[in-house]
Design a protein around this ligand. Sequence first.
Ligand code: CA
Length: 226
Amino acid sequence: MRILVIEDEEKVARFIQRGLEEEQYIVDVAHDGKTGLDMACSDDYDVIILDIMLPGKSGFDVLQELRAMDITTPIIILTARGSTEDRVRGLDLGADDYLPKPFHLEELAARVRSILRRSSTQKSTKITVGDLVLDTAAHLVWRGNKEIELTAKEYALLEFLMRNKHRIVSRTMIMQHVWKDPLSPMSNIIEVYIKRLRSKIEFDGKRFIHNVRGIGYRIKEPNGDE
Ligand code: CA
């Protein structure tokens, strides 16, 4: 599950990001409305957490433009406490929920879960590649009937590969989306995690994860056309 946080106050953004990452969500952050809007348009997020008071383009502008482009990603707006006007305006513009600031992380996480439950009844949360199944809502992975136990990072890497199944994902993309770090040329962390994933998923020798030399990786059904 991928969440976009659009919040200009770095401390608040970091607090939300850390909290949600502990719940095993993949979290991207934008610190202004324009960047947030671009990211929301170009990427596939499951929930957007949107602050209203943003420099330049306000949260209301972002909300309005996203809905005008038929982007229906669920949005939780962060409003000033006591501002009924902001809440009403946000909901009228197409927000799905609101949370007054300051808030407890537990409440934000509960609202995210609630929104994901509601939207998961509309779309499947399962991604399949052959008999490999990943449930993005439950954070569970199976090969056939066998449940595969993964660490949080292994899971995040597999989810990223499976969301892009059949497509080549570069090492740079993996580093940005899974580790949120620029790629250090000397680092072999991706190779290490790919190897661990393979040992857990490809236990019967069936190959899912393919190296694309010099570029990155691709996940696809075993025994497909090479
Ligand atoms: Ca703000």
